[in-house]
Ligand binder design. Structure first.
Ligand code: ACO
Length: 448
């Protein structure tokens, strides 16, 4: 099969959200800390009637319906998530309800977990399957679903929630350039969830920022190396039209892209003109460790990167700024923003993706974008996802109500024997919601 990649996409995020500006006031943070300091506008969250299973039921059902895919045509279903609802039973098995109805139980794949990287692992599994000798000609389906919630404190404004579904097959408009992948994996405690009684992670914020940037450097070097070996010419940021990043918060995306230009400078690559060289020259003798700590370097690289950032990165930042960190879905939500903004001009372009999951695992990979044929065309994908419409029909909660919801969810996490309010008045038609968890911890959902 040729041009294996993403044929179709759907995104779901809860309609309930809280403004970051209001959160600053509520938390007693200085004005601008979350909006400018973190670069975030708004944050979505699940109320007691939604969770990672309901969100993915909604998104999968919607994708199959809107693109006219017969559930019997799915041969592999992979889920990436770091939101633990059950330590054994996979989220994938919950989604089987959709397929069993049409008699299709012949579907490979289960869940992949490693912080925000599980979605990428799931995606690679599906792409590799389609390219393998065990492929049976049917589609793969990838689900990235997470509810990102943090304990009260500095990390709380970097939460978010969403589910993204991607249909995988040959002749895709979003085709993998699998030969250029570069990965970096290592053992660190930057963000982890050792307390199985709590949904909240243990997080060393500063360490996680440095780990992210070190993994980025390492992946970029390997990506460039592979490109150069295969194409016989140097790679720099000018060789890709867009860069899409895993987005815990937008400020880190700005810093990450600037870091790529520092890499280009160190490699003497063509993206760095004379003026930029002069600006960055004072930093050429920094050791690797020093370079992650230097505020002056950060400023200088961000200046050099600014014009590139506006054209190559900014179009892929909208959804994460509005919805927050969606963990496994975060990178793909950034990519959804790019399709939303640029679907009419993306054909023929190269998009570089950077996936990061704490702990840690990271990969840089790239897509070659093609026009595609209906229903798998870029313009139809943008229409089906209707991100603008979904964004407009959201309901803003005051911070007090958000905090109240978090308290209830803490109480509900890992609990049994309760019914929810079943209040689905804020959900749009077709949305699944949680109605009950019985005395055996079995979960029940209904569809609005
Ligand atoms: N106006 C403008 N900017 C401000 C203001 C203000 N009033 N106040 C602070 N800032 C800036 C700071 O200068 C800083 O920017 P800088 O990084 O460019 O210096 C930024 O706002 C954040 O302020 P900090 O004091 O650094 O924030 P804090 O340490 O309280 O928390 C953090 C930030 C560490 C990111 C925290 O939210 C966190 O732990 N989040 C979760 C971990 C995370 O997302 N890590 C990313 C990779 S791992 C993953 O994806 C989970």
């Amino acid at each position: 099969p040729k041009n294996v990649g993403i044929l179709a996409m759907e995104i779901y995020f809860p309609p309930t959200c809280v403004q970051q500006e209001a959160m600053e006031v509520h938390d007693g943070a200085s004005k601008g800390k979350y909006t400018i300091g973190l670069g975030q506008d708004c944050m979505a969250f699940c109320t007691e009637v939604e969770d990672v299973i309901s969100m993915s039921l909604t998104a999968v059902t919607s994708l199959l319906e809107k693109y006219g895919i017969d559930p019997a045509q799915i041969g592999r279903l992979e889920v990436g998530s770091e939101t633990v609802i059950d330590k054994s039973k996979s989220i994938k098995t919950f989604l089987m309800q959709i397929f069993e109805e049409s008699g299709n139980t012949d579907i490979e794949g289960v869940d992949s977990t490693n912080a925000c990287y599980g979605g990428t692992a799931a995606l690679f599994n599906c792409v590799n399957w389609v390219e393998s000798s065990s492929w049976d000609g049917r589609y793969g389906l990838v689900v990235c679903t997470d509810s990102a919630v943090y304990a009260e404190g500095p990390a709380r404004p970097t939460g978010g929630a969403a589910a993204i579904v991607m249909l995988i097959g040959p002749d895709a408009p979003i085709a993998f350039e699998s030969k250029f992948r570069g990965s970096h994996m290592s053992h660190v405690y930057d963000f982890y969830k050792p307390d199985l009684a709590s949904e909240y992670p243990v997080v060393d914020g500063k360490l996680s920022q440095t780990c992210y940037l070190m993994a980025l450097d390492s992946c970029y070097k390997r990506f460039c190396h592979k490109y150069e070996k295969l194409e016989g010419k140097q790679f720099s940021v000018v060789d890709a039209d867009y860069f899409v990043f895993h987005s815990p918060y937008n400020k880190l995306v700005q810093k990450s892209f600037a870091r790529l230009l520092f890499n280009d400078f160190s490699r003497n690559a063509s993206s760095i003109d004379e003026a930029a060289k002069e600006k960055l020259a004072p930093f050429s003798t920094l050791t690797g460790d020093e370079s992650y700590q230097s505020r002056d370097l950060e400023k200088a690289t961000q200046q050099v990167a600014k014009p590139f950032y506006d054209t190559k990165v900014q179009p892929a930042t909208w959804v994460p700024k509005q919805v927050g960190n969606m963990y496994t879905a975060s990178l793909y939500a950034a990519f959804v923003s790019l399709i939303h903004n640029k679907h009419s001009s993306l054909a023929g372009q190269r998009v570089v993706m950077f996936s990061y999951g704490s702990g840690l695992s990271a990969t840089m990979f790239s897509f070659q974008i093609r026009e595609g044929q209906h229903p798998f065309s870029l313009s139809n994908i943008a229409t089906v996802m209707n991100v603008g419409g979904k964004m407009k029909s959201r309901h803003e909660f005051p911070p007090e109500k958000f905090v109240e919801t978090m308290k209830l969810m803490e109480h509900r996490y890992g609990a049994k024997d309760f019914v929810t309010s079943k209040d689905c008045s804020l959900l749009s038609p077709g949305t699944y919601y949680l109605t009950e968890v019985d005395s055996m911890y079995r979960r029940f959902y209904a569809k609005k």
